[in-house]
Design a protein around this ligand. Structure first.
Ligand code: HEM
Length: 311
């Protein structure tokens, strides 16, 4: 970008973890694009401003545009690598696709603020969209998944988060945007809790209580961290930034898995390695205890990209 000013990213992409989250999935009503474009810009701007207003409670969020909706939303150009969710299936391991037109992701350390903002956003969209799914996430203990293991330890840190998550000069029109994948996983916790702790640890390749990584040679090829720890031909790690949180009620609970990245390819390769495994058929044994219910692909443009439609 030379000396040009970088477009502002939507602040929820790289934000640190929070105590609470709300996930709103919308589909657009037919023929409303002209009104919806400024409405999306207003919502993204509103979320951006609240981040300043509620710094004490670390409010943040973003608005994503569904891969299948992108051309309707903005027919003039498409992020170079944007494509629908890479659905896959092998044996009883299923990663189905379930696309939505819009994804509003808001997080905060105060649940009351989040609740008010979620209602406000719904009103801002008026009758242009239909809310098709809503989940609320929460921090569980010391940032553990509901299976009891700390989740997020190996995430990129500091400014490296931006390098991993945000599109750079490689796609000039979409600098500071991000490719986002969301999967809602439903856990089988009664089956998981019947497994001895050592076996659970082998499935992650990490210890449970103190979250220590196994030595590489001690990690089973079927462990989650083995399957998702991938390298390119030059030996560089393929990275994503995970913004997942536990969700649910006593009836249905699991993880809203969220990957944000400057390319959709890393997520796809990791998921392929989990579901299809390596050439010897070593797939991810975590998937014996959890099931993906949805799979959605979005692009989250920079704030400056979106507000060009603000009328
Ligand atoms: C690591 C949980 C799905 C990618 C981890 C860790 C946990 C975890 C506990 C270890 C601590 C950490 O570094 O964060 C889960 C659960 C999932 C899930 C409960 C689903 C129910 C996925 C998916 C992907 C993924 C779908 C990508 C396609 C990663 C990556 C790491 C990781 C890249 C870091 C590995 C490393 O560098 O050691 N996950 N995960 N996870 N997971 Fe997942």
């Amino acid at each position: 970008m030379g000396n040009q000013v970088m477009p502002r990213e939507q602040l929820g992409i790289c934000a640190e973890g929070n105590l609470h989250s709300v996930y709103l999935m919308f589909n657009a009503n037919d023929g409303v694009e002209e009104q919806l474009r400024p409405s999306i810009a207003n919502v993204a701007q509103y979320i951006y401003e609240l981040t300043d207003q509620y710094t004490d409670s670390a409010f943040n969020g973003f608005v994503g545009i569904g891969a299948n909706f992108w051309d309707t939303f903005y027919p003039d150009a498409r992020p170079a690598l944007l494509k629908p969710f890479p659905a896959m299936n092998e044996g009883n391991r299923d990663a189905p696709a379930m696309e939505y037109d819009l994804f509003v992701h808001i997080r905060c350390d105060r649940y009351d603020i989040l609740h008010l903002v979620a209602n406000e956003i719904n009103q801002m969209f008026e009758d242009l969209v239909e809310l098709v799914d809503e989940e609320r996430g929460f921090r569980f203990m010391d940032s553990r998944d509901l299976m009891g293991f700390v989740d997020g330890t190996e995430n990129p840190k500091g400014r490296h988060r931006q390098q991993v998550a945000l599109v750079g000069d490689e796609d000039e029109k979409f600098v500071s945007g991000s490719y986002v994948h969301v999967q809602k996983y439903l856990h089988n916790l009664s089956k998981w809790h019947r497994l001895p702790v050592k076996k659970q640890e082998d499935i992650y390749g990490r210890t449970k209580a103190d979250d220590i990584e196994y030595e590489s040679e001690d990690k089973p090829l079927t462990s989650h961290t083995k399957r998702v720890n991938l390298k390119d031909p030059q030996g560089n790690s393929l990275e994503i930034l995970r913004q997942s949180m536990p969700y649910g009620s006593t009836r249905e609970q699991g993880l809203v898995f969220i990957s944000v990245c400057r390319t959709p390819e890393h997520f796809e390769k990791m998921l392929r390695s989990m579901v299809h495994g390596d050439s010897d058929g070593n797939h991810d044994h975590l998937m014996l205890f959890t099931k993906a219910l949805t799979g959605s692909s979005f692009f989250v443009p920079s704030l400056d990209f979106l507000i060009q439609f603000d009328d």
